[in-house]
Design a protein around this ligand. Sequence first.
Ligand code: UDP
Ligand code: MG
Length: 338
Amino acid sequence: MQAQDSTAPSAARPELSVVIPVFNEADNLDLLIARLMPVLERCVASCEVIFVDDGSRDGTMETLRRLNHQDHRIQAISFSRNFGKEIAIAAGLDQAQGAGVVIMDADLQHPPETIEAFVHEWRQGYKNIYGQRTDRQTDSPLRRLLTERFYQLFGKFGETSLPAGAGDFRLLDRQAVEALCAMGERARFSKGLYAWIGFQSKGVPFEVAERAHGTSKFSYRKLTRFALDGLMSFSTLPLKVWSYIGMMVSLFALIMAIYFLIETVVRGIDVPGFASLIVSIMFFGGIQLLSLGILGEYIGRIFAEVKRRPLYLIAERLGPEGAEQDLQPVPQRHRQRI
Ligand code: UDP
Ligand code: MG
């Protein structure tokens, strides 16, 4: 492969950066690069590919070192541990220098060829171009069902609406990237953030391919966490709904009290109902614990945010000049941007 493209507008700012979060994807990287680089060479004047190694333990970094050595446009940062895909994307955006930035998965589920269509839309003036998956056949039926329900729920209660089928596969103009980098939040639900920043957006349909090697890194537990993060960062309804439920329950209790009073005083009937008493105590006890739990979820998130720990820690960098291990392992985001 060739070295840095001589037609680059400037060495510091390539036309396009591609950010790829990787977690134990060593088997996919050669395949990915073999398909990605020709596409990039075809459609942009200069490019850089930034892998964010999210604490892999399978030799991903060794492969990246070899790729970086072969072609300095291929660069990488490696986290000190697994921080999760959302944070890896944030780190990639911090690092990316390009006038436009593509975000994609490493497992070839996002076909690199679609980038050509993204670039075409970008040149038309769109700033937030997202890949729109045409079907979810590659996901299991249970995952499809849960995903669908989640998006319905988000559509109803979330403060921003998410375009159907849009995911992380997208091209963002520098303006949009800067907007995303300025958001310091920890519980990062990128899909919501991409929609929240706005800018002229355009969907480009693409078919999700099968994963090239390995299995999905998202367990149902991780996905549930992710869904909760999404709903709680973009809606305060779960917090507010309890005052309405409380009001309704009090009203119901008042009506019942009046009814029982009339029963005993006017008609002189003693009210039986030990069982109903126990059931209602348990029912309302349950509701109270649930509402406390939801308060706890929000307070936990506030706690995580106020600690202001760095979003991620970089252990190693593979820059345009090769390995740069002597750099301080402090992420850019540690600069406080308020
Ligand atoms: N990934 C990551 N950190 C994680 C989990 C996943 O960087 O903790 C990366 C992974 O290597 C891949 C992308 O995120 O490039 C999408 O992951 P995956 O294919 O497992 O997700 P799915 O396609 O099932 O949503
Ligand atoms: Mg995948």
